[in-house]
Design a protein around this ligand. Structure first.
Ligand code: R5P
Length: 292
C-alpha cells in the first residue's frame, strides 16, 4: 500500500522520476505478450503517442437510459471519428453502432447488478468467444477491492484473463470503488496493483491527488483514467492533463464527454490533452472555439 506519515509524505519509494523501461514494445509492461495481444493493444493505444482516448458508454448496463445516453444511436456516432476506442456493452454495440466503423472495442463483459441493488454483485455475462465474434480488441470487468463481493469480482476478472490469454485477447481491469471507500492514492494504488498482479493487461482507475504518480509507478501495466461524474469542461480537461502528466497513458471517459455542452468539441479537446500534451487552458480555448 502507499503509506504516508502524519504530514502526508509517503514512506515508500516509488521512484516516480524513473519511468519503467519498455524494451521491445511501446507499452509499459507489455513486452512479453504474444503477437495477438500486442496487435490488439496497438489498436487501442496509438503506437505513435503511446496514448489512448477511449469513449466509455457502457453505463446503461447498470443504469438503464442514463442522461446523455438515452439515445445512443444519436449521441455516440458523432463522437466516433474522434475516439481511439469504444467501451460498451454487447447489446449496445450490435444495435446502435454501425459495423462499418474501423475502431477497436473494449467489451464490457459483466452483468448481474443494477443501480437498484448491490453493484458489486456481478458475474461474467459475455464470453471471451463472443467478444471475439464481435471483433473486440479487449474485454473488461470490474473488481470491487475491499467491497462485499471482492472475491467474486476478482474471480470474474481472473476468468476473463484466463480465457482471454488463450486467444490473445487483452483484459482491462477496472477498479470500481464502493460507496464506503475513499478514492485516495492508498486505495487506488492497492486496487490497481492487485488487478495488475492478477494479470490484467491495462487498468482503468480514477485520478486522485496527491499521489496519482505513485499509483502509476506502482502499477506495472498501463493505466487509463475514468472521467467520473460530470464536472465543468475546464476541470475535466485539467484532470486529464494532470493524469497524463503523472503517467497515465490515456482516458476512458464517458459523462465528461457525452454530457458536455458540446460533446464533439469536448472529445477533440480531450484528444489534444492526451495525444499532444496540450495544457488545460489551451485545450479549453480549443473547446470554446469548436463549440457550436
Ligand atoms: C465504469 O465501470 C463505467 O461503466 C464507465 O465506463 C466508467 O465509469 C467511465 O465513465 P465515466 O467517465 O462516465 O466515469
Amino acid at each position: 500500500m502507499v503509506d504516508r506519515d502524519k504530514s502526508g509524505e509517503t514512506t515508500k519509494d516509488f521512484s516516480v522520476d524513473v519511468p519503467m523501461e519498455t524494451p521491445g514494445f511501446f507499452l509499459k509492461g507489455s513486452a512479453h505478450l504474444n503477437w495477438g495481444m500486442k496487435n490488439r493493444l496497438s489498436r487501442i493505444f496509438n503506437p505513435k503517442t503511446g496514448k489512448a482516448v477511449m469513449l466509455a458508454f457502457d453505463h446503461g448496463y447498470i443504469m438503464g437510459p442514463t442522461s446523455g445516453l438515452e439515445r445512443i444511436d444519436l449521441s455516440i456516432p458523432p463522437l466516433l471519428p474522434y475516439t481511439d476506442c469504444l467501451m460498451c456493452a454487447r447489446g449496445t454495440l450490435r444495435s446502435c453502432i454501425q459495423p462499418e466503423i474501423d475502431k477497436p472495442l473494449v467489451m464490457r463483459c459483466s452483468t448481474g447488478a443494477t443501480i437498484l441493488k448491490d453493484l458489486s454483485d456481478e458475474v461474467i455475462g459475455v464470453t471471451v468467444q463472443d467478444a471475439i465474434a464481435m471483433n473486440a480488441s479487449a474485454v473488461t470487468t470490474q473488481a470491487y477491492i475491499g467491497g462485499e463481493h471482492e472475491k467474486e469480482t476478482l474471480a470474474n476478472l481472473a476468468r476473463l484473463i484466463n480465457e482471454g490469454n488463450l486467444y490473445g485477447m487483452p483484459t482491462l481491469g477496472v477498479t470500481a470503488v464502493g460507496r464506503e471507500l475513499v478514492r485516495d492514492s492508498r486505495y487506488l494504488g492497492l486496487a490497481s496493483r492487485v488487478v495488475a498482479e492478477l494479470g490484467v493487461h491495462f487498468v482503468k482507475t480514477y485520478y486522485c491527488e496527491p499521489g496519482f504518480d505513485e499509483v502509476v509507478a506502482g502499477c506495472p501495466v498501463p493505466i487509463v483514467i475514468a472521467g467520473g461524474k460530470k464536472m465543468p469542461e475546464l476541470d475535466a480537461l485539467t484532470m486529464a492533463y494532470k493524469a497524463i502528466d503523472q503517467g497515465a497513458l490515456g482516458v476512458d471517459m464517458g459523462r465528461n464527454i457525452f454530457l458536455a455542452e458540446d460533446p464533439v468539441a469536448m472529445i477533440q479537446a480531450v484528444r489534444t490533452v492526451v495525444h499532444d500534451g496540450e495544457k488545460p487552458d489551451k485545450a479549453y480555448d480549443l473547446y470554446q472555439t469548436l463549440k457550436k
